[in-house]
Design a protein. Structure first.
Length: 279
């Protein structure tokens, strides 16, 4: 299945004129250990710009920032405080999370909760190296999306990953762990446990820069929180992420030097353009 703009546009949630923030979901991002705070900020900003009604972030670093001066709409909470927020529409775990005991504790906790999860980066590496976490992931009944790059996918799969094995690997991870697997890379794959697999046509070499994966995680988490199914949100998020980069390159902003922050802002425009397509 090759993703296309009409398919993506028709799947996006529409907003009634009398809607309010409570109708558009709550997203929490957990990550940002010492030296990696930017990863969590990028994911949270992307979730905000992709339309989440409320966006929270919790940091693992000892001296956590208290406000995002660029986007003060994002609410900073302690890790324990995030556990008290009712009706979280999606929890994004992994961006800059590291592998500390605190990271393990938080991942272990959220794997047992009923909130939808998006697991990326360090969260996936921890799952690949701790069988108890892998078992907890397999036992989840709530929606879960994983977004590995090829190296992370190979660790989860337990064997080297050659390019021609990408689809087999994505489907195997989806089925073995009962998750939606987004295998990132050129023509990213979105695999469902039932055997469906979408291929994304958007994106370019500009996305090969730090932080773009964090932005993708924030976009997908935001769309899940807004009520999309995990598979539809993953397909839409990957398509929008790549299309935003394509639009920027078409206007001369890259591929050399394209930044994740630019992609997050352009993704907002891309989402609005796609949602206005004739249905």
């Amino acid at each position: 299945m090759h993703l296309n703009p009409q398919q993506i546009g028709s799947s996006l949630p529409q907003r009634a004129i009398d809607s309010h923030k409570g109708l558009h979901g709550n997203v929490a991002v957990i990550g940002g250990d010492t030296g990696m705070v930017g990863a969590a900020w990028l994911a949270a900003r992307a979730a905000l710009l992709a339309g989440a009604g409320r966006t929270y972030v919790g940091f693992l670093c000892e001296r956590a920032p208290s406000v995002d001066l660029l986007h003060p709409e994002i609410m900073v909470r302690s890790l324990d405080g995030l556990r008290q927020i009712p009706r979280l529409g999606c929890v994004v775990l992994g961006p800059g999370m590291g592998s500390s005991g605190v990271a393990l504790d938080n991942l272990r906790f959220w794997l047992t909760q009923t909130a939808p999860l998006l697991l990326d980066a360090d969260a996936l590496n921890l799952i690949a190296t701790h069988e108890t976490l892998s078992s907890a992931l397999r036992q989840r009944t709530a929606a879960t999306v994983i977004t590995p790059h090829p190296g992370e996918a190979a660790r989860l799969w337990g064997q080297p990953l050659e390019h021609h094995q990408r689809k087999a690997c994505a489907l195997a991870l989806a089925q073995q762990h009962n998750v939606i697997c987004v295998l990132k890379g050129s023509n990213s794959l979105i695999a469902h446990p039932d055997g469906r697999c979408g291929t994304n046509p958007t994106g370019n070499a500009g996305l090969a820069s730090a932080g773009t994966g964090d932005v993708l995680s924030g976009i997908i988490g935001s769309l899940i929180a807004q009520g999309m199914s995990a598979f539809d949100a993953a397909c839409a998020g990957v398509y929008v992420h790549g299309a935003a980069a394509d639009a920027l390159v078409a206007r001369g902003f890259g591929p050399i030097g394209l930044t994740a922050s630019e992609v997050a802002i352009e993704a907002r425009h891309t989402l609005n353009s796609l949602s206005r397509l004739e249905r």
